[in-house]
Write a protein that binds this ligand. Structure first.
Ligand SMILES: *[C@@H]1O[C@H](CO)[C@@H](O)[C@H](O)[C@H]1NC(C)=O
Ligand SMILES: *[C@@H]1O[C@H](CO)[C@@H](O)[C@H](O)[C@H]1NC(C)=O
Ligand SMILES: *[C@@H]1O[C@H](CO)[C@@H](O)[C@H](O)[C@H]1NC(C)=O
Ligand SMILES: *[C@@H]1O[C@H](CO)[C@@H](O)[C@H](O)[C@H]1NC(C)=O
Ligand SMILES: *[C@@H]1O[C@H](CO)[C@@H](O)[C@H](O)[C@H]1NC(C)=O
Ligand SMILES: *[C@@H]1O[C@H](CO)[C@@H](O)[C@H](O)[C@H]1NC(C)=O
Length: 629
């Protein structure tokens, strides 16, 4: 990348170079010289030294900035402003030269630190300091499951970085510089139509990771204004997708629902995938669904609510809808004027421009008509990532928020349908009272998009400020391989203390000679229902004070080094600790208990934390969980 910095001169240096924090001095050092640490936060007590944030920049800090914490520099086409803010510092590079690239790298490898936050990923490692990310366009992306990724990185020492929404951001981690995360700002890729390059971020330091995160939620990320509909928290979602894929019709949906009801379950039935005449018409296919009115009525008589899968695309073969959309200029166009794009169900498709209010209304009105005509309760809204519209999209609104603004606009349009909906992508929409679903999981065990990643994705969503997490289908989607009865049993357990349970593969279809899978599923669905008030209570707390609904276990013991590393346990609120089995064939595991007294949810025994329970026994019908006394 090209860097054009020629000469620097100093305009002003203001203020002292340290702030006071919990009786410690936190110092921001601007150090001149090439290849040196450009900006670092240093804590004055020895122990905290390991917690410093080291930053290197690709532009030299001028000599005159040495030792300053507030420094403003201009050299004609580049401004650097460094300022003290509450509990930290703000750093801002700006240039009107659109060819310039800024690159600031943060040292992740300082001893004894863990990092959290960052994007949703297919390989869902946690903590995140070892992730490898190669110069990725840091927007909501279908690539690598990046549907949820705020510009927020938090460390175990209680510092965080929050990068401004307007930065044309690329992210590079453990690639250009091993042990570093680099924030790169450049007007390439989808960042079109802008007339300046900026790299702005805040560095904030608090006394521990919990305090820092609460500060981030209340000052940067935002917190929810309400919670999703209680109905789906107390009951389950049953989607036709994994079991039937695209081949659905009235009889299949009815048979699926009756089967579920016959086994004593209820909740929300999701008619998932090909129910339309063509993708995007939003009209029921009269061959497969000639009796849809009856079907919906029968599902309701059985006690279910009914949702339809939908998406923001209009395929080319939906001629009437496409023509109408084109005539009204309702589709996103790329820089060159083309409005064609592709997705997994169509290579000739169009994307509704939700940044155009009229286009959003067109989408809403057609969905409302479906509700009125057929009695549909709500919708599952798929896709929404910013790389589904045509490349280099021209959107309405602030060009410096593009292309992520298409994700926000879509999600906000969907949210007008209320608390029974789900979306799967999100950007700066933490305030909405809706479920955000994890990307489709695979029917396997590991962090490679299998069962273990259910927990790490949960933690990543919660630390991005999306606390109403809809875990993906129990047992995964069966894309590569089908789930086993053991996987379904362990998946249900792992999911029990998350906000809701979503099934597609039916537990009585996939059985084992070794255990009664259906009895296990019933036991944990009942346990989930028993704790529904606790889930709602945790949601209420997230609304009032920003506490995650499902935090990592360090939340209740933020300086416990063992707890900070854990990626196979989670909390519900601040009182329930869950430690599922996520390894095939395993019937015991080590459990990290943070400080406090913990009552075993299975046998009532009380353990004093912090301690590690070695080889805790958990046969196939046991989920280890503990209640803080
Ligand atoms: C950068 O552009 C802004 C807006 O056009 C203008 O006000 C400012 O003077 C420019 N700065 C420089 C250093 O060219
Ligand atoms: C640099 O900062 C000055 C003072 O705030 C402002 O007038 C100017 O437009 C800025 N230049 C750029 C390139 O942002
Ligand atoms: C990251 O890598 C280092 C060095 O290989 C290793 O010691 C550490 O345990 C790893 N951390 C995580 C969270 O995987
Ligand atoms: C789109 O094109 C690709 C490459 O030719 C093909 O593999 C894929 O099946 C097509 N998708 C659809 C939905 O037609
Ligand atoms: C369903 O009922 C609506 C009226 O509520 C009617 O307009 C529509 O044609 C019916 N659909 C079918 C497939 O019977
Ligand atoms: C959550 O808050 C709502 C609104 O204040 C209240 O009606 C409800 O009882 C609370 N639920 C729980 C479980 O605390």
């Amino acid at each position: 990348m090209k860097v054009k910095i020629i000469a620097w001169f100093l305009c002003s240096i203001v203020q002292a170079n340290s702030i006071q924090l919990n009786n410690e001095n936190v110092t921001l050092n601007l150090t001149p010289g090439e290849n040196s640490i450009g900006i670092s936060l240093t804590f004055d007590d020895q122990e905290k030294l390991s917690g410093q944030i080291g930053l290197t920049t690709n532009v030299d800090i001028p000599d005159a900035c040495e030792g300053a914490s507030s420094c403003y520099i201009q050299n004609g086409n580049v401004n650097l402003t460094v300022d003290s803010i509450n509990s930290g510092f703000s750093i801002s590079w700006q240039s009107n030269d659109t060819e310039i690239t800024f690159q600031d790298c943060l040292d992740l490898s300082r001893a004894k630190m863990n990092w959290f936050g960052g994007p949703e990923m297919w390989q869902a490692d946690w903590p995140i300091e070892n992730l490898s990310i190669k110069n990725r366009i840091y927007t909501t992306t279908k690539t690598d499951n990046g549907a949820v990724g705020e510009r927020y990185w938090l460390n175990s020492k209680g510092s965080f970085v929050f990068v401004n929404d307007k930065v044309p951001l690329f992210l590079d981690q453990n690639n250009l510089k091993q042990g570093s995360i680099c924030f790169i700002s450049s007007l390439s890729g989808p960042y079109i139509g802008r007339n300046r390059v900026i790299l702005e971020y805040n560095l904030v330091a608090k006394s521990n990771a919990k305090e820092a995160h609460l500060y981030a939620v209340n000052n940067f990320l935002g917190k929810p204004q309400g919670h999703p509909d209680e109905w789906i928290i107390r009951n389950q979602i049953w989607t036709t997708w994994a079991k039937y894929k695209k081949d659905i019709n009235d009889d299949i949906v009815l048979g699926f629902a009756k089967d579920i009801a016959d086994h004593g379950f209820t909740g929300q039935i999701e008619i998932d995938d090909y129910w339309e005449t063509c993708y995007g018409s939003l009209i029921f296919n009269s061959e497969q669904f000639s009796g849809i009115n009856n079907t919906v009525q029968t599902l309701k008589d059985l006690g279910f609510t009914v949702t339809l899968w939908t998406h923001p695309f209009v395929n080319h073969n939906c001629e009437d809808t496409m023509t109408y959309g084109q005539e009204h200029d309702y589709f996103v166009k790329s820089e060159d004027g083309g409005d064609q794009t592709s997705w997994w169900n169509g290579n000739l498709s169009h994307y509704i421009d939700f940044t155009n209010e009229e286009a959003g209304k067109w989408f809403i009105d057609r969905l409302k008509l479906l509700q009125e005509q057929h009695g549909i309760d709500s919708f599952k809204f798929d896709a929404g990532e910013s790389d589904y519209p045509p490349p280099n999209p021209v959107l309405n609104g602030d060009v410096e928020l593009s292309p992520n603004s298409i994700t926000s606009a879509y999600v906000r349009t969907c949210a007008t349908f209320g608390g029974l909906i789900e979306v799967r992508s999100a950007w700066r929409t933490q305030d909405l009272p809706i479920f955000v679903r994890m990307l489709d999981k695979d029917s396997r065990w590991g962090l490679n998009n299998g069962l273990h990643s259910l927990i790490t994705s949960l933690l990543q969503f919660n630390l991005n400020g999306y606390v109403f997490v809809l875990p993906d289908m129990i047992g995964g989607n069966g894309y590569v391989e089908a789930p086993t009865a053991e996987l379904i049993a362990r998946w249900t357990q792992a999911n029990t203390f998350m906000p809701t349970l979503q099934f597609s593969y039916l537990p009585w279809d996939i059985t084992s000679d070794d255990f009664d899978g259906v009895a296990i599923i019933k036991k944990f669905v009942a346990l989930h229902e028993e704790y529904a008030d606790e889930i709602l209570n945790a949601m209420n707390n997230s609304i009032t004070d920003g506490t995650p609904v499902n935090p990592p276990i360090w939340w209740v013991d933020p300086t416990n080094a063992d707890a900070l590393k854990v990626n196979d346990e989670y909390l519900l609120g601040e009182k329930i600790l869950v430690a599922p089995i996520v390894e095939e064939g395993s019937t015991s595991r080590d459990i990290v208990l943070p400080s406090g007294s913990w009552k075993d949810g299975n046998d009532g025994k009380v353990y004093e934390g912090p301690q590690i329970l070695k080889a805790y026994l958990a046969p196939i019908d046991v989920l280890p969980f503990f209640i803080k006394q």
